[in-house]
Design a protein around this ligand. Sequence first.
Ligand SMILES: Cc1cc2nc3c(=O)[nH]c(=O)nc-3n(C[C@H](O)[C@H](O)[C@H](O)COP(=O)(O)OP(=O)(O)OC[C@H]3O[C@@H](n4cnc5c(N)ncnc54)[C@H](O)[C@@H]3O)c2cc1C
Length: 401
Amino acid sequence: MADFGGGDLETFRAETRAWLKANYPPSLNAPMSEDDAPWGGRRFEWKNPDAKLWLDRMAERGWTAPMWPKAYGGGGLSKAENKVLEQELRRLKARPALMSFGVWMLGPVLLEYATEEQKQRFLPAIVRGETRWCQGYSEPGAGSDLASLQTKCEDKGDHWLINGQKVWTSYADQADWIFCLVRTDTTKKHEGISFVLFDMTSPGVEARPIKLISGSSPFCETFFDNVKVPKDQLVGKVNGGWDIAKRLLQYERQNISASGFGGGGGLDLVEAAKKEVGVDASGKLADGDLRARIAHHRMDAHAFTLTVRRAEAESKQGSGPSAAVSIIKYAAAKMNQERTELLVEALGLQGLGWEGEGFTPDELAAPRAMLRAKGNSIEGGTSEVNLNVVAKRVLGLLDHQ
Ligand SMILES: Cc1cc2nc3c(=O)[nH]c(=O)nc-3n(C[C@H](O)[C@H](O)[C@H](O)COP(=O)(O)OP(=O)(O)OC[C@H]3O[C@@H](n4cnc5c(N)ncnc54)[C@H](O)[C@@H]3O)c2cc1C
């Protein structure tokens, strides 16, 4: 395998383009459905063998985590090289090789806070898509006020003992491992929290799926009943988990924002509206009000994309996201909710199908995506909470609390 570290960018681009052309399976050119999403992990069933082949090829180069160090299975790419890789993947309209909480959230904080042994143990398996992770943060009494969490973790000498409950744990029923916030000191709030990792098949772990308005069950209530966790699976310092938790949330918001949420089938808003509503004599969308709202949305969406690109370009190499990512997460949620609502409106009756004949798969995906998007302003921190972060930590408006 060629070593691209530090070489000439144009050579890197040419070699990357050639490699992708030779290795991206053409069968993946069809739009990716929710069923096709490449989550990986021990319990994951690959419906399309080419998707697994794509993962294995990308993982072998470390390109499922392109900027992680090679020592932990990553690609070792510089920021500039990573940008080229992203451009070339976009050019090919390539599907992601791996969708992974491990790559998006856990890995970056392990790189910052974990011991060498923990990095060696957990990071390469994330890169290869072998371990699927879930996020044990929220509890019935601790969502926005996350530091109120009560899940208890006691030091039993040779192990930790965990008791408590999490909620809204996305894919807990399909994950192999969990990164979990626990209370190791009940006398303090933020300074009594630790960050632990454990296997979801440990005795005493139970995940119960919750059904959503969109019809799917992407998340669970998760119960811990006397779960024993080896001592070396606590990351950072005992009672020092809050800093790691906050850092991970920044990575989560960054990734949510970069993906722009998306989803909702392959329909283009303008084309769908023209088809359903019709056009006037000059070829414009016949409904002037809808036309104005779609145009407004598209201008905002374009400005949003440019802002995300500028923020990426401005962020210093290797320093990761800052509190300013809350601005982008807030806007990304608003943008996706607007887009999915406009699409359902534009589709008229064709946008109201739930199942059965008379609707295309893309039409059926539209109302589900619109309902799913309601969660965008809640997940990864609510819009209100993100605005609080912007007020306090970006604009410095409130210095108390
Ligand atoms: C799709 C989805 C996936 C999720 N996945 C996960 C997951 O994998 N793991 C996990 O741990 N959690 C997950 N969550 C949970 C999510 O992080 C919480 O729902 C979120 O943090 C809000 O907490 P809450 O639901 O308890 O609402 P609350 O905190 O009770 O908030 C209720 C309302 O009060 C407002 N509010 C609260 N505090 C303030 C304040 N200080 N200022 C202004 N307004 C405020 C909120 O904005 C909200 O409108 C997921 C949620 C969704 C929707």
